[in-house]
Design a binder for this molecule. Structure first.
Ligand code: SF4
Ligand code: SF4
Length: 358
């Protein structure tokens, strides 16, 4: 049986239609089932939009590493190890307070694998208490009903699950076959939104798997997004003809406005091997907080500005907003593209990239 036929699940009436979105899909918050959640999400979206449009230097999204450790070992990944302990919860709570003091709109918990952190729900609860949007990225392997309920109760708003293929291989272990039962659990119990994200370009032979993943996500009522693979410097790896054909079909399945906008503004150029002319606002609109609690531009440009988030100031945000990033033309990091979108036509970057070669 073909992979598509085997994994496609049509919408079932007994599965709640949790029309889920990715962590950057911040404007679809009004689709929750209960009134209080809808009001809560509408207020979150309004706060986000206010910060995005009326301010320039306030962070829109901070990605916080809660542990560097991962339970998988994907061949293309440079963001994990197999031994680090979870970041101490009180340290994470101080980081949440520091992000709230900087007026941050949204926080995404990431890793490594964030579900390896035993007090993850407590951190989510702290983020929501400080009126920030709470999302997370996971490979989904450690999900069970108890964890889903704990994340519901803590107020998690979005979960992104990464799935690259149907069966695990040496390049990516994030396979649909491994987490299909977890997706069913999410469809039944999650009160937050779920987005399934696939990366194209991981493996030539498994290119068509992304179609089956997208169909399965749609069958559960989840959203689906697709990204293009970056190399170990966060840079472009153009798609070949076969991957391009799949990319076009998968993006047609996606209902997400943000993903379509992202495709038009950034990804369309990248997948054809062309560069983008944009101003990366990493360090200002987007913050990457490593397991030591230090702010970096992103997962691929660690080392700048390398300041503890608890000591990060509006002056740091202002400086990084105005600092050019020489890696921007071929950068594939969609979440940073999206957080930089609002300042596309304002705030020129006149400060040089401190890491640029002379
Ligand atoms: S699951 Fe994610 S963090 Fe873990 S090794 Fe794979 S890509 Fe890296
Ligand atoms: S352009 Fe920005 S997000 Fe992309 S790799 Fe460079 S610093 Fe990171």
């Amino acid at each position: 049986m073909g992979a598509e036929a085997r994994f496609f699940k049509p919408s079932k009436p007994d599965i709640p239609a949790t029309r889920a979105v990715g962590p950057t899909e911040l404007f679809d918050f009004m689709t929750r089932s209960s009134l209080s959640r809808r009001v809560d999400n509408a207020m979150s979206a309004a706060r986000f939009l206010r910060r995005a449009t009326l301010t320039r230097h306030t962070p829109l999204l901070a990605q916080v590493v809660v542990t560097r450790r991962c339970n998988l070992a994907c061949g293309y990944c440079n963001e994990y190890d197999d031994f680090s302990p979870p970041v101490a919860t009180d340290q994470l709570l101080r980081q949440v307070d520091a992000l709230a003091a900087l007026n941050t709109a949204a926080v995404t918990l990431t890793g490594g694998e964030p579900l390896l952190h035993p007090q993850l729900a407590e951190v989510v609860r702290a983020i929501r208490r400080r009126k920030m949007i709470a999302t997370m990225i996971t490979n989904g392997f450690r999900l069970n009903q108890e964890r889903i309920e704990a994340l519901n109760d803590a107020g998690l708003q979005e979960m992104q699950i990464s799935i690259d293929n149907l069966e695990p291989d040496e390049v990516s272990m994030k396979s649909l076959n491994s987490v299909d039962k977890k997706l069913a659990l999410l469809a039944e119990h999650a009160r937050f939104k779920v987005n399934i994200n696939s990366v194209l370009g991981v493996s030539e032979e498994r290119t068509e798997d992304a179609l089956a993943v997208a169909d399965t996500a749609a069958g559960y009522g989840f959203y689906h997004s697709v990204g293009v693979l970056h190399d170990h410097n966060g840079l472009l790896k153009p798609l070949n003809d076969r991957q391009l054909a799949v990319y076009r079909r998968v993006t047609r399945v996606s209902k997400s406005l943000t993903h379509r906008l992202n495709y038009r503004l950034y990804q369309r150029n990248l997948i054809f091997g062309r560069s983008n002319d944009w101003q990366c606002r990493a360090g200002a609109r987007y913050l990457y907080i490593c397991e030591e609690g230090r702010v970096h531009w992103c997962s691929q440009r660690r080392g700048y500005p390398n300041i503890p988030v608890t000591e990060y100031t509006p002056a740091d945000l202002n400086r990084e907003y105005k600092t050019r990033k020489e890696c921007s033309p071929t950068c594939t990091l969609a979440c940073v593209h999206q957080m930089s979108m609002f300042d596309r036509w304002r705030g020129p970057q006149l400060l040089p990239d401190p890491g640029a070669r002379p």
